[in-house]
Design a protein around this ligand. Structure first.
Ligand SMILES: CC(C)(COP(=O)(O)OP(=O)(O)OC[C@H]1O[C@@H](n2cnc3c(N)ncnc32)[C@H](O)[C@@H]1OP(=O)(O)O)[C@@H](O)C(=O)NCCC(=O)NCCS
Length: 198
């Protein structure tokens, strides 16, 4: 019996060659050749600190084994995409997780791993493109996120993508700012024409 997971039930496609084009970035399905860059970014202590996590401490060989399993089956509530430049350089990842088919909401995570691309609008465009994709192709009604309260670059990027602050939360020693984009707000910003909000 085929078990449909919650990402499929809200309308997120299972396609292995998805490609969503924004103004500066392309969001696409993950592939094995992304593993080297993902390993480098996840092993970077500074990037881990910006994401309130710890750097990876395993060999690339072990990482690669998990990676291929994850690619075949990304988990019932996760929808991971790579972020490329329009020219095809892989610069990061943008993922929906905790996809909740009952509440019709999902959490968004973004990492522009390549520092050369920080502060140049790529993060804002990737988030804007993911939000547009979600609200034009799925039944989700709310996208929310959290970022460390001192990560001003992240706050600014999310604000520029149209997210509104919803408060603060604490997890262990970390303090986060929380933000959201609702379908109603997105439609209002987009002027009801399904276009980009900003
Ligand atoms: C957070 C992140 C996704 C933002 O993407 P980005 O491409 O760097 O951001 P953008 O260029 O789209 O927007 C950043 C904005 O913040 C501004 N900014 C940068 N540093 C800032 C600071 N210290 N204080 C205030 N604003 C700042 C930039 O000037 C820019 O605004 P502008 O376009 O009005 O000039 C990306 O930097 C990233 O992944 N960083 C590393 C990991 C990380 O922080 N992860 C946590 C995500 S929750």
């Amino acid at each position: 019996m085929k078990v449909e997971n919650s990402t499929a039930r809200v309308g997120l496609p299972a396609s292995r060659d998805l490609k969503i084009t924004g103004e500066k970035t392309v969001l696409r399905s993950k592939k094995m050749s992304d593993a080297r860059a993902d390993y480098r970014w996840q092993s970077d202590p500074d990037l881990a600190a910006l994401d309130a996590t710890h750097p990876l401490r395993l060999s690339f060989a072990v990482y690669l084994l998990d990676y291929s399993v994850e690619l075949r089956s990304p988990g019932f509530r996760r929808f991971p995409l790579a972020v490329d430049t329009l020219e095809g350089t892989h610069i990061g990842n943008c993922t929906l997780y905790d996809v909740d088919e009952k509440k019709k909401e999902a959490q968004l995570g973004i990492l522009i791993g390549d520092r050369d691309y920080w502060g140049k609008g790529y993060g804002t465009d990737a988030v804007t493109t993911m939000v547009r994709f979600v609200f034009t192709t799925t039944t989700l009604r709310r996208i929310y996120l959290k970022s460390l309260d001192w990560n001003l670059r992240a706050h600014k990027a999310f604000e520029k993508a149209g997210f509104l602050p919803t408060g603060f939360m604490q997890r262990a020693e970390y303090h986060f700012k929380t933000m959201e984009m609702t379908r109603d707000r997105w439609e209002h910003l987009a002027g009801g024409n399904g276009d980009r909000p900003l």
